[in-house]
Design a protein around this ligand. Sequence first.
Ligand code: FES
Length: 171
Amino acid sequence: MTCGRGVEPEGEVMGRRSFLARCAAVLGAAIAAVLGSTGLSYFISPAFKKDEEDWVDVGGTKDIRPGAPVKVDFVARKRDAWAVTEKRSSAWVATKDGREFTAFDPRCTHLGCPYRWDQAKEQFLCPCHAAIFDAGGAVVSGPPPRPLDRYDAKVVNGRLLIQPIPRRRAA
Ligand code: FES
């Protein structure tokens, strides 16, 4: 076949077409690999994460005055692989200086009754078996085997955040 002006030899056209087809196939495979790995990691990664709970914002620190513990309610979200569960809970939050805060598990360490703060006595009182805890959560009297359990707490931009997993404290 002669090669006129504007007409390419048939073998050259076929070579270019097959080259472009291969390039398209390689590009398509690369895109599929990137998208596939991203999608796969999105679906698989939760399975490799340990159970975790997020910090929970329980309010502004200016609402908590020194010497007057406040009970705060919150919703804790727990992530376990793909499942997210929510649980309503609360904490007693106290501060001595308005800068550092302590968050107590609201359950008595004897048998788990809810206790309350008595401002006149400046103590936590558990009505179930007459336990008394001081403002720092230490047992003053009664049957509880250990101080009040605590949540980890931190202040970020004037907001109090707690990690809603109570930490058991030694007796
Ligand atoms: S549950 Fe609080 S004293 Fe028994």
